[in-house]
Structures are given as C-alpha cells and as structure tokens.
Write a protein that binds this ligand. Structure first.
Ligand code: PEP
Ligand code: MG
Length: 325
C-alpha cells in the first residue's frame, strides 16, 4: 500500500477537482531532514526546536543554534520553514533545567517560560535571524499563547533581537513572518486581535484537544477520552476555519490530526488547505486528497458536525473512505 502512495508523491497536491493544498512536514531531528522528500513538500510547517535542547546537557550556544537552523532553512530554500520557539515544560523536560510543578501542562510551558527568561528567547531568535540572512524563508511560531500580552511581549523581543543582530553585523535583515500557535482554547476567541498583530496562525490539535477535553494527552488511564475527533473539538476547528477565512488570516494545521486520513478529510471539508504532518504520513495524505472532490467533502461536513460522539464521526468518515479505496 505504501508503495502505491509513494508512486504519487511527486504529483501535485490537489483534490480530484483541482483545489490546491499545501502539504508540509513536521520535523525537529536532523535525521528527518535527510529522510524527508523535501522536493515534494511545500516546506516545513513545524520545526520543533526543543529536540536539540533536550539532547544536550546544557543550553546550546547562539553559534550552535545558528548552524543548526541554517541547515534546516537551507534544506528548504525557496520554501517556507516555520520554526517554533522553545516549547519545553509540560511533558518535555530539559535535563539541565529542572521544573517541578503539580500540574505541568497547566504550568510553566512554552512561551510562558521563555518570556520569563528573555535571555533564552533572545539568543534563540538572534540565532534564527542570523541563519535566515541569505535564505530568507524563516517564519517564527510562538507556542502556548493564551493571552495577547504574551504576543505583544514576544514581538517586542523579536524586534529587539533583530535590532541587535542588524547592529552587530551592520546589515539590513530579511524580515521573518511571525505566527501564533492556536493550542490553548482562550486564544481561539481572540482571532481578530491576533490577526491584527501577526502574519499567520497554526492550529496545534494535539494540545487543543487536551485542553478542550481536559484530558492529559499522555495519561494512559484517560487515553480513551482523548480524541481529536470529539464533536466539540471538531466544532471548535470548524468555527476557527470560518473565522480565519473571514479575517483573511492565514491558518494551517500542524497537529497529528492533519496526518490522519479521517482527520485531514474532515479538516479539508471545513475549508482548511494547509496541513503539516510527519513525513511518514505525507504520501498517504497526498494520495487521499488527490481522490476527493470538494463538493463531496462539503456534503460530508454537516453529517460529521451532527455526530454526537467520536465513534459516530469515525463511522461516518469510514463510510466515505470505503468508496475511495
Ligand atoms: C500540538 O500541540 O498540536 C503541536 C503540534 O505541538 P506539540 O505536539 O509539539 O505540542
Ligand atoms: Mg503543542
């Protein structure tokens, strides 16, 4: 089956009726750059910078980060690369930076930690900006944003880092695009204010599901309750797509849902067209999207949104998929 998918990986990402999609990859490990079909994708939709931080026994220096980020940006020259600022805390611990909390997923995570330690944030942004000098494809993505003040403070620090690098090297820098992750429910209700501040947003369905359902994404005891196809999660995603469209605010999906056949179909039915996923899912998702018509997806959407359980959603989509095999 995977050979069948792979045969079409070089063909255009578009529906059977010709609607174009942007399919991008999620990565974070150097090896993924070597194993990804960079030429067949529309760039990197999520580069998780925390892996190089986790694999060391100290913070990587600015120069180490420059070299690493340069490799990633150069591997995708001519295409966008979305680099997320350090997203540790929650389940991701740094061996050399201890955080002890009762509720780590509701605690010092992502942007909260780096805004409290601007020196970590500034070094990372400076490194990204330096790596971007000749290639100019950098997009900066802010994780765990729950409040507009965090966005404003992050933008202020990015401007400061930009000023410092420009001053140090005595050159004008290419200006990166700035985006926000939609993964904390509160920020879903401030989309117009976000659109006025940043260039794009990217939905992290993994955390958004966890926080909407109040289910720890890594707790086996409640794993049966964790489901991104929960009708409430789908209604939230549907509302987001409609609002982003109305605001003409570029939106993409970078959570695991985009790499699952049922997930991507439902998302495409809602009008999403930019998906970022693990490279191992890319050929399959492209193969599937190339076989659907937008009209049939639009007909599927009300049926899916009327479902009352994740199980019903899956049955509904499964019925649709059976005709595609
Ligand atoms: C997400 O939360 O959906 C996401 C893409 O980020 P991560 O899985 O790294 O938290
Ligand atoms: Mg997340």
């Amino acid at each position: 089956l995977s050979a069948r998918y792979q045969q079409e990986v070089a063909l255009p990402s578009q529906s059977a009726c010709g609607k174009p999609f942007k399919l991008m990859v999620n990565c974070g490990l150097a090896i993924e750059l070597e194993t990804s079909n960079a030429e067949y994708t529309d760039g990197v939709g999520l580069y998780r910078t925390e892996f190089p931080f986790i694999m060391r026994n100290r913070f990587p220096t600015e120069q180490e980060q420059v070299e690493l980020y340069r490799k990633v940006l150069n591997s995708y020259a001519g295409k966008g690369v979305v680099m997320r600022t350090l997203d540790v805390g929650g389940d991701k611990a740094l061996p050399y930076f201890s955080i002890v909390e009762e509720n780590p997923f509701l605690g010092w995570r992502g942007i909260r930690l780096t805004l409290d330690h601007p020196e970590i944030f500034l070094v990372q942004i400076r490194a990204m900006l330096k790596a971007n000098i000749n290639v100019d494809n950098l997009h900066i993505l802010l994780p765990m944003i729950s409040d507009l003040a965090e966005v404003d403070e992050a933008i202020r620090l990015i401007k400061q880092a930009s000023f410092e690098v420009s001053d140090e090297l005595n050159i004008a820098l290419p200006k990166p695009k700035i985006g926000v992750m939609i993964e904390v429910p509160s920020i879903m209700y401030q989309l117009p204010e976000l659109a006025a501040r940043v260039d794009f947003c990217s939905v992290g369905t993994n955390d958004l599901t966890q926080y909407l359902l109040a289910v720890d994404r890594n707790n086996a005891r409640v794993a049966n309750l964790y489901d991104a196809l929960h009708p409430s999660v789908l209604r939230a995603l549907h509302r987001l797509a409609a609002e982003a469209r109305q605001l003409q605010f570029p939106i993409s999906i970078c959570g695991e849902l985009a790499g699952e056949p049922a997930g991507v179909l439902v998302l495409a039915a809602m009008g999403y067209s930019r998906f970022s996923m693990n490279n191992s899912n890319l050929a399959k998702i492209k193969w599937l999207l190339r076989r659907v018509n937008i009209a049939e997806l639009e007909a599927l959407l009300p049926e899916v949104l009327a479902c009352q359980s994740p199980k019903q959603v899956k049955q509904q989509v499964q019925r649709f998929l059976e005709h595609k095999q």
